[in-house]
Write a protein that binds this ligand. Structure first.
Ligand code: ADP
Length: 151
């Protein structure tokens, strides 16, 4: 392989990387869960963000570690406060679909300065959460390139 062929092969490979092949399982909670329980859930599930769904199981919010820190240093009873009071809510949620490219996702993560996106399926009445893609998944995609090309 010449260097030119190799870099062409790498860029073809990058352009073809799609969410479906690198996404993780989403961790989802209901709007009525207390902040206290959601913090426990985040620890137990070992994730950096939780997705919130409404009664119809449609995406309604996102919760990050910073949302929990902000709430915890306030003077609120975390056992009485439901997560829907503190979450980032629709329509302000950045998301992707499983057919989107990893490059599109990386661009969204960087431009919005966030760590993860819900992977959604569009329904008539809203968005169904089918996956999660994070900076860790992007790093894994990056490493798969190194593997594929013996870097
Ligand atoms: P952390 O709090 O661990 O730094 P993020 O940088 O992902 O995590 O979150 C920063 C803020 O952006 C939080 O208020 C969070 O609710 C919000 N946020 C996280 N992910 C999304 C998303 N996909 N769409 C919109 N807002 C988001």
């Amino acid at each position: 392989y010449s260097g030119k062929k190799t870099s062409q092969a790498i860029s073809d490979n990058i352009a073809q990387m799609i969410v479906k092949d690198f996404q993780s399982i989403p961790v989802v909670v209901e709007e009525s869960m207390t902040v206290y329980d959601a913090i426990c859930h985040m620890f137990l599930e070992d994730v950096g963000s939780l997705f919130v769904v409404d009664k119809q199981s449609l995406l309604s919010g996102v919760l990050s570690r910073k949302d929990f820190l902000r709430t915890s240093i306030g003077n609120q009873d975390l056992n009485k406060l439901p997560v829907h009071m503190i979450m980032t809510r629709m329509p302000n949620i950045t998301y992707c679909t499983k057919e989107d490219t990893i490059i599109e996702v990386a661009n969204k993560l960087m431009s919005r300065q966030i760590d993860s996106l819900p992977v959604v399926k569009k329904r008539k009445d809203g968005l169904e959460v089918v996956g999660r893609i994070t900076k860790t998944n992007i790093t894994r995609a990056f490493l798969s390139l190194a593997d594929d090309h013996d870097l």
